[in-house]
Design a binder for this molecule. Structure first.
Ligand code: AVJ
Length: 331
């Protein structure tokens, strides 16, 4: 097998934001000080939150990770043989666990793309990249750290004409409001040239009990993950929110077809956020919306792709439409 003469197979690029995005202080000012209270889910993922998310993925209730991994086991070879990518770009790559199925398929097929993971938390990405290049001697990783909500225009992707396979997995598109999801897919499409493809993971509408259990596992990892936001706020904003003063709640809203995670105040109290020079009072039973996770019907998937100018070339459903991987190209 071909071995690169250069020992450097892992590079780290810090991606400058393309546009200004609100920081934690601004989001807290806008979202926490008065009802209806909400915070964007991206602040869950500090070191501890990222580890807790990995623990969630191993719980028996949280089926999306296993569903997607099973699909990737089955379809990776077809996808790679079909696209023959020169570059695999992954938005929100996390620990790159599931992506390994694609690299295993690349190895079997003798197709050797470069890997471009993009992730807000560089440590997990770099650790995972180091493990990947140890396992695949042909693999070069160009790790990119930054916030994808700040735009994709500054990604240092090469314009060498090689085909790109863009991955947006895990059902994370569901964390966006409908208009934001459309805008984000449009940004992805603007990275795509003819021949490039997007592999998108979407969680599907199903019975409420299964959905709500997936977001409220018995071992309590999801509750800890949700409540970790309080630690992040306290640490970063000099806050005094009582961690024990909130409980985790996950409900499926049928009309909006989404899981909503909330933090519910157990008793009335006042919170000081030193960095904002502000206080707020929260009543017993009052809620903070911390995450939405939308669940897609077939019609919703068709609409999403159509509005983005994407044409579906393959749909890989898991089980009884529990979860879907969609392969799409730019029209
Ligand atoms: C990785 C963002 C898709 O919405 O299912 C898991 C995050 N939150 N459990 C999801 C999450 C609570 C997850 N995403």
């Amino acid at each position: 097998m071909h071995r690169d003469a250069s020992p450097v197979r892992l590079a780290h690029h810090r991606v400058a934001p393309e546009r200004r995005v609100p920081d934690l202080a601004e989001d807290a000012r806008a979202g926490l000080l008065a009802p209806p209270r909400s915070m964007p889910p991206k602040y869950f993922y500090d070191e501890r939150g990222s580890r807790l998310f990995e623990a969630i993925c191993d719980t028996p209730e949280y089926y999306p990770t296993r569903a997607e991994a099973a699909l990737l086991t089955d379809v990776s070879e077809r996808v790679i043989a079909d696209i023959r990518p020169a570059h695999v770009v992954e938005l929100g790559s996390g620990n790159s666990h599931k992506t390994r199925h694609l690299f295993a398929a690349c190895e079997r097929l003798g197709i050797h793309p470069r890997y471009w993971p993009f992730e807000v938390s560089p440590q997990i990405m770099l650790d995972s990249a180091a493990a990947l290049i140890a396992d695949y001697d042909w693999l070069h990783v160009e790790a990119m750290s930054g916030d994808y909500t700040a735009g994709l225009g500054n990604l240092p992707l090469p314009g060498d004409g090689g085909r790109r396979l863009i991955l947006f997995l895990g059902g994370t598109i569901g964390n966006f409001e409908p208009a934001q999801a459309d805008a984000f897919l449009a940004e992805i499409v603007s990275l795509m040239a003819p021949g490039d493809a997007l592999l998108l993971g979407l969680d599907r509408v199903k019975d409420v009990a299964t959905l709500e259990a997936a977001y409220d596992d018995a071992a309590g990892y999801t509750a800890a993950f949700n409540k970790n936001l309080i630690n992040v706020i306290n640490r970063e904003l000099g806050g005094d929110m009582p961690v024990a003063g909130y409980r985790h709640r996950a409900v499926f809203d049928r009309t909006l077809s989404r899981i909503e995670m909330r933090l519910v105040a157990e008793y009335a109290h006042r919170v000081r956020l030193e960095a904002l020079g502000a206080d707020f009072e929260i009543a017993a039973g009052e809620e903070i919306l911390t995450e939405i996770s939308r669940k897609f019907s077939q019609e919703a998937i068709t609409g999403l792709l159509g509005r983005a100018g994407l044409r579906q070339t393959a749909h890989y459903p898991y089980g009884d439409d529990q979860y879907s991987l969609v392969l799409a190209v730019r029209d």
